[in-house]
Design a protein around this ligand. Structure first.
Ligand code: HEC
Length: 204
């Protein structure tokens, strides 16, 4: 219901004017005497609105017409996973490449090697390396070769059918290298209490 208000006058362009405040009013928008102003939206707001329309059009065309791979979620996921796998194999390769199987002679490494030896290996090879279930480590006879790499390979992969276990999962690269270094530097060439008879081939 329109309330009488003598301060309102009609403007020729179709809206009304509040003659006290000079505000533009929307015709007919009168609710219990409360009139709705006919203000222009701020220009920053209008531009934001136009830009979002432009954005929506470009986005829709790219998504539905060109099916851009960076907008399709499944593709996006697959791309990220592929990137991740590529990086992961690179990191693994780097780590493998940077680990060198080379005799360790430092005291710290040999002490750690001895630690592993007495805890795990001595059960079959004896603490002094004389041999029990496993062969003697102090003599010049070796079944699987006498280089650091040969010993490292045995400890890594085991000789399962002969009773030597694989320590690939139980001991790190570093730990395996430490213990074989301990064998070659400290045990080999010593005289154990009860040496087991030579096994394998003699290396000078
Ligand atoms: C369950 C018993 C057992 C344990 C524990 C064991 N070994 Fe052995 N090991 C053997 C046997 C048996 C052989 C002989 C394998 C063969 O005939 O080729 C062997 C062989 C080896 C060889 C090669 C010897 C050669 O003459 O070629 C090395 C090196 C070796 N063990 C190191 C280790 C180290 C290091 C550990 C501890 C991390 C260990 N072993 C723990 C039983 C064992």
């Amino acid at each position: 219901m329109t309330t009488e208000n003598k301060n309102i006058r009609n403007h020729q362009d179709g809206y009304e004017i509040d003659t006290l405040t000079n505000d533009r009013l929307i015709k007919g928008h009168d609710y219990d005497g409360i009139r709705e102003l006919d203000n222009d939206l701020p220009s920053w707001w209008k531009w934001l609105f136009y830009l979002s329309i432009v954005f929506a059009i470009i986005y829709s065309v790219r998504l539905f017409v060109f099916k851009s791979p960076d907008l399709i979620q499944a593709d996006e996921y697959n791309n990220e996973m592929a990137d991740f796998k590529k990086n992961k194999s690179k990191i693994n390769a780097n780590q493998a490449a940077s680990f060198e199987v080379k005799l360790l002679t430092g005291d710290a490494s040999l002490t750690k090697g001895q630690d592993t030896w007495t805890k795990i290996c001595a059960a079959c090879h004896l603490a002094d390396g004389g041999g029990l279930v496993g062969p003697n480590m102090t003599d010049n006879y070796w079944i699987n070769g006498n280089t650091v790499q040969d010993l490292y390979n045995v400890v890594t992969n085991g000789v399962i059918q002969k009773g030597m276990l694989s320590y690939k999962d139980q001991l790190s690269n570093e730990k395996r290298l430490q213990v074989v270094s301990y064998i070659l530097v400290k045990l080999h060439g010593t005289t154990p209490a009860n040496p087991k008879a030579p096994q394998g081939k003699k290396y000078e």
